[in-house]
Design a binder for this molecule. Structure first.
Ligand SMILES: *Cc1c(COP(=O)(O)O)cnc(C)c1O
Length: 379
């Protein structure tokens, strides 16, 4: 089945008791048993919920996995992936990382005896000197946030396989429409479904998707054991969002390509970060592993003036000033003071995250209106 058809149909069958075409929101905490142990596959809603099961089947299909395991947020999905590790284990991670993930790695899990190394994974060879007998996992995010670097998933997967390491790819920025890391050799795909999968800025949700049934079983054990499960209403909203994922992504990518070129030609704009440019250093890898170049664009202003950046940020009308991304509406943000404020300045400067960097999450409005809004704000 092709992707667009899977987005509409995968995992979702008419409800057997009523014929309802939409999977109902099973808002229940427990299920009645005819006799002890005699039940219909559902005992208690932390462990099983039919709305969640439909979503898990849909997500597994979109990423060409065997199983998806759903959580109450993207960070709860990060938490479950990390809990595959044991005390003393080490993780090698990209250094250009979602701020919340960096914060959990350095401020929470490091207290439990786990070690983290951060390096520039746009050169996968950088992994090699960091591998030791405690290394168990490689953590990749691509495109990266907010610099929009592209990491070669196949090349990293080859190193992971060669050393018996688990490869986790946070695929939030690409969405399954653009990129399927399991097909490129990753073991676990992570999504904050809060972003493109939900797509309407109305739900917080996370998921892990795998091919290996043994890994799925370990993750279901952690999901049930730790209990960070999503509610059925949230699962319903993500399922509904997925039905238009392909249409939303197609429009958002088209708008992003136009906006990236507009910014590139603007005299007040210094650098524009978008992997669709042929001069982007990782363009060839993006063209190889992604179906399009995504809907995130970052840019800096000449002179790297903090106040000038704040002026632009407060003068757009269609682009709303907010954290997050991946919704139908366009957002504008300032990583240095918002999403990446928890990363020390000297760390963020190393990755190019300067004070005037502005990040756009481009939505599905009319591209002409979006460009006019930016033109007026930048001046
Ligand atoms: C938002 C985000 C997360 C965290 O997800 P939540 O749903 O906010 O908990 C993790 N990784 C990336 C890349 C994200 O953008």
């Amino acid at each position: 089945m092709k992707f667009n058809t899977k987005a509409v149909h995968a995992g979702v069958d008419p409800d057997p008791s009523t014929g309802a075409i939409m999977t109902p929101i099973f808002q229940t905490s427990t299920y009645v048993q005819a006799a002890p142990g005699d039940h219909k596959g559902y005992e208690y809603a932390r462990t099983q919920n039919p709305t969640r099961h439909a979503l898990e089947k849909s997500l597994a299909a979109l990423e060409n996995g065997s199983h998806a395991v759903c959580f109450s947020s993207g960070m709860a999905a990060v938490d479950a992936a990390i809990k595959l590790l044991d005390q003393g284990d080490e993780v090698i991670s990209t250094n250009d990382l979602y701020g919340g993930t960096y914060r959990s790695f350095t401020k929470i899990y490091s207290r439990f005896g786990l070690g983290f190394h951060f390096t520039d994974l746009t050169n996968p060879e950088n992994i090699l000197p960091l591998i030791n007998s405690n290394t168990k996992m490689i953590w990749v995010e691509t495109p990266t946030n907010p610099m929009l670097n592209i990491i070669d998933i196949e090349a990293v997967a080859a190193i992971a396989r060669g050393h018996g390491l688990l490869l986790v790819v946070d695929n939030t920025f690409a969405s399954p429409y653009l990129q399927n890391p399991l097909d490129l050799g990753a073991d676990i795909v992570l999504h904050s479904a809060t972003k493109y999968l939900g797509g309407h800025s109305d739900v917080v949700h996370g998921t892990l998707i795998v091919k290996d049934p043994n890994l799925a079983e370990r993750l279901f054990f952690i999901q049930n054991g730790n209990g960070a499960v999503p509610g059925p209403q949230d699962c319903f909203l993500v399922l509904r969002g997925i039905k238009t994922l392909h249409l939303r992504m197609q429009r958002a990518c088209e708008n992003a390509a136009r906006i990236a070129r507009f910014l590139h030609d603007h005299p007040k704009v210094d650098k524009v970060y978008w992997p669709g440019f042929e001069h982007h250093p990782n363009h060839a890898i993006a063209a190889k592993q992604m179906r399009d170049f995504g809907a995130m664009v970052s840019f800096t202003l000449h002179g790297d003036d903090y106040d000038e950046a704040l002026r632009v940020l407060s003068n757009t009308h269609l682009f709303s000033l907010a954290e997050s991304l991946g919704g139908v509406e366009s957002l504008i943000g300032h990583p240095a003071s918002m999403t990446h404020a928890s990363i020390p300045k000297e760390e963020r400067l190393k990755t190019g995250l300067v004070d005037s960097l502005i990040r756009l999450s481009i939505g599905i409005e009319d591209g002409d209106d979006l460009i006019e809004d930016l033109q007026k704000a930048i001046g």
